[in-house]
Design a protein around this ligand. Structure first.
Ligand SMILES: [Zn+2]
Length: 179
């Protein structure tokens, strides 16, 4: 794939991400508060599609129980949402997700890697010779750091984990370019 088409795809992904951010991101924030911590530990909202909220559950039993209780849950959620949901679907599909598993394993040596941020998907390999990889690396970094309020790399101005700046004074992408 050429760099141009990669940039095109990334542009679309970014727009989608921004679009999805609004009601769904809000819901993610108050979800544990509305359902309670026990239920929150066994559920993970996946998306809102056509005013239907999709939620992954840790087991079929949870999906079943929550499906029975969904009308009262719907009322509580709709009090907090700008656009009311029409229904909630619970399913075990989508529960297995590497980023969530990683989140649960957060106690494992968090500062072992300078790029570690604690709760994100694994980093793409960054190869200094490949422009496409560099572009992707920067994009992935931007996506990952959106909610972290990270310092900017002095060279390329992309948000950078503080551990990278400490080690290389620039982000890992720029550091890789120097070698
Ligand atoms: Zn940089």
């Amino acid at each position: 794939m050429s760099l141009k088409s990669i940039n095109h795809v990334l542009g679309i992904l970014e727009k989608q991400a921004k679009w999805q951010e609004q009601p769904f991101q809000r819901l993610l924030k108050f979800w544990p508060e509305v359902v309670g911590l026990v239920v929150a530990a066994h559920t993970r909202p996946l998306s809102i599609e056509r005013d239907v909220l999709w939620v992954a559950t840790s087991s079929a039993a949870w999906a079943q129980n929550l499906t029975f209780g969904r009308s009262s849950l719907l009322l509580k959620l709709n009090q907090k949402l700008p656009t009311p949901l029409v229904d909630i679907r619970f399913s075990t599909a989508g529960w297995q997700n590497p980023s969530v598993q990683r989140k649960q394993q957060q106690t494992v040596l968090p500062d072992e890697h300078p790029s570690y941020l604690g709760d994100e998907i694994s980093r793409p390999e960054i190869t200094p010779t490949k422009d496409v990889n560099t572009a992707f690396g920067h994009w992935a970094k931007t996506m990952r750091s959106r909610s972290h309020g990270l310092p900017l790399c002095p060279q390329c101005q992309s948000p950078t984990p503080p551990g990278e700046l400490q080690r290389w004074t620039v982000c890992s992408v720029c550091a890789a370019k120097q070698f």
